[in-house]
Design a protein around this ligand. Structure first.
Ligand SMILES: NC(=O)c1ccc[n+]([C@@H]2O[C@H](COP(=O)([O-])OP(=O)(O)OC[C@H]3O[C@@H](n4cnc5c(N)ncnc54)[C@H](OP(=O)(O)O)[C@@H]3O)[C@@H](O)[C@H]2O)c1
Length: 309
């Protein structure tokens, strides 16, 4: 049982959630070495059970959710710092002591299981769709955590959303969330041209790029001249970017590094105002965590995989 130091909260963790990086860490394929015995998971939500000296942001009984970058409070991204599950113990635990600055309040209408999906995937999606608004168009790739949140945020902002996916059932679910057009990236490997055709030859104003090296050439084909690509992930292996093709598009490529606490608070205001609910694929009890990881590894899921503590 950790004892909260001055400025810290003791949080009884109620739920946590999985992201692509957690699988890489568990499989020993993460870009940074992780010491043996490190407690996994960057994302968790819980209730404040005790507070250290001098705490002023939260009280015992408050519902809180962690931030992915515990020390990035506001302003532009400057450094990675220490991350949960890598340089410091993460949220797959009953109790955690955290700096009161490194958590935010859970939106009132969300359960702990829903709130636990927000720190990484939701905030990344929020950052990735910033800069587009009503009347613009967006392309999201697949139906993983980040892409589904990006679709939800874009829809409440009046952005029209196209999506790629790999099955008819997932296409149906993406449509139900408000996507206007879906392209199957397996049966249509040249999906960039198809997206262009679906947008009257213009392309989409924004592409949220999660495939990386394996999909970027199609994203450049899909994005509008002068458009924006938010580079989020590198899930798909492939040949990378043709710089000449990219240059001729006149587009901007920006990398996304989740977001700051202040971004998180702004996102939560929008989630609360629109009563948005994260799409939870499945909730596993804490003692079935290995099954949660196995399920996450399978391609069948849609949205977030959560662990209830
Ligand atoms: N930069 C950041 O701040 C940041 C933050 C979070 C995540 N990430 C990265 O972003 C990526 C996505 O994260 P996530 O949590 O959303 O992962 P996820 O939940 O594991 O998403 C997996 C989904 O990606 C889709 N996909 C896989 N290969 C694809 C391809 N070739 N073309 C199109 N879609 C493909 C699939 O969708 P269908 O099943 O519909 O086919 C799959 O279900 C990962 O690489 C992750 O490491 C980066």
């Amino acid at each position: 049982m950790p004892i909260p130091s001055a400025g810290e909260l003791l949080v009884r963790v109620k739920a946590s959630s999985l992201n692509a990086r957690d699988l890489l860490i568990a499989n020993g394929r993460y870009s940074t070495a992780v010491p043996p015995g490190r407690i996994p998971l960057s994302d968790g939500a819980g209730i404040v059970e005790a507070v250290g000296d001098g705490v002023s942001r939260f009280r015992v009984g408050d519902r809180v959710v962690g931030t992915f970058h515990p020390a990035w409070l506001y302003g532009p991204f400057r450094e990675w710092g220490e991350l949960y599950g890598v340089q410091r113990d993460g949220w797959l635990t009953d109790y955690i002591a955290v700096d009161e600055q490194s958590v935010v309040a859970v939106p009132e209408h969300l359960s702990y299981e829903e709130a636990a999906t927000l720190p990484c995937a939701a905030l990344t999606a929020w950052s990735a769709v910033s800069g587009v608004g009503a009347g613009d168009s967006l392309l999201v790739q697949g139906s993983g955590g980040v892409s589904v949140f990006a679709l939800q945020f874009a829809r409440v902002a009046g952005v029209s959303v196209l999506a790629t996916t790999s099955s008819a059932e997932k296409a149906r679910r993406l449509r139900a969330l408000g996507a206007c057009d879906i392209v199957d990236y397996v049966s249509t490997p040249e999906w960039g041209a198809r997206v262009r055709a679906l947008t009257g030859g213009r392309g989409t104003d924004l592409v949220v790029e999660i495939g990386g090296a394996g999909t970027i050439s199609q994203s450049i084909a899909a994005v509008a001249d002068g458009g924006l690509i938010s580079l989020v992930g590198n899930l798909a292996s492939g040949g990378g970017m043709d710089l000449t093709q990219f240059f001729r598009r006149g587009a901007t490529l920006r990398t996304i590094t989740v977001g700051s606490r202040s971004d998180f608070e702004q996102m939560n205001r929008v989630i609360s105002r629109h009563r948005l609910r994260p799409v939870v694929d499945r909730v596993f009890p804490f003692n079935e965590t290995p099954d949660a990881f196995s399920h996450f590894e399978k391609g069948s899921r849609f949205g977030k995989v959560v662990i209830s503590h």
